[in-house]
Design a protein around this ligand. Structure first.
Ligand code: ADP
Length: 212
């Protein structure tokens, strides 16, 4: 069983996926996290992907499909929550080709101005990937992760000029994926604004209705 979580950069997919892992027993696949791991450990995939990721551009589709397949193996049959894939229509078609049991696609909808504000203040733990926000969700101790004590940093692609590129890539390449799923009748759009708890309840409502 698989659910796809979609939304612009900054829409909150990562935080919401983490909650669903803890509360509903999903296995989360984040292609962004997987790529960052590859980059950190200097694998061939990581070396190929680094430039694209740092510029906020899409990594080539064949590489992503390889990464996705590896991650699916790790799920060992658990229900999957997919965050960050597909990001264009060709990837959506590749995903269909894997014949997974797609139960639904959830789209977290967030206003453009709000996205820019969220991304510009976003900070991440360089060790465990936990996310914070300089204004809305600061760490207890400045620069130190509450969860693991790692260093909390600005992600290189969260620099303002990179954020612009990522939002444009989303408009041009990823928005058509919403239409792709809408035309298949599997898309549910919900508001990604409000508290994390409120948004999580909305998502769980949709998942519970579609899961069986
Ligand atoms: P966000 O959704 O906040 O922009 P992610 O962590 O999901 O961030 O992704 C970070 C970067 O990783 C993207 O900007 C892109 O370079 C790369 N990436 C992640 N998923 C994909 C994908 N499915 N196809 C191509 N590139 C991807």
């Amino acid at each position: 069983m698989i659910f796809v979580l979609m939304g612009a950069p900054g829409a909150g997919k990562g935080s919401q996926a983490d909650r669903l892992v803890e509360e509903e027993g999903f296995f989360k696949i984040s292609t962004g996290d997987a790529l960052r791991k590859h980059i950190k450990s200097l694998t061939d995939v990581g070396k190929e992907a680094a430039g694209f990721v740092n510029e906020g551009k899409l990594v080539p589709d064949e590489t992503l499909l390889k990464v996705l397949k590896e991650e699916i193996e790790l799920a060992q049959g658990k229900p999957i929550l997919l965050d960050g894939y597909p990001r264009n229509v060709a990837q959506a078609e590749s995903l269909e080709g894997l014949n997974l049991d797609l139960k639904g696609v959830l789209h977290l909808d967030v206003d453009h101005g709000e996205l820019v504000q969220r991304l510009s203040g976003r900070r991440v733990c360089s060790n465990c990937g936990a996310t914070y926000h300089s204004k809305f969700k600061p760490t207890k101790v400045d620069g130190i992760c509450d969860r693991c004590g790692g260093a909390v940093i600005l992600r290189s692609d969260d620099a303002p000029e990179k954020v612009e590129v990522r939002l444009k890539v989303y408009e041009d390449s990823t928005k058509p994926v919403l239409d792709f799923y809408r035309s298949k009748g599997v898309l549910t759009s919900l508001s990604g604004e409000g508290t994390e708890g409120e948004i999580s309840e909305r998502i769980k409502g949709v998942i519970d209705a579609k899961r069986n």
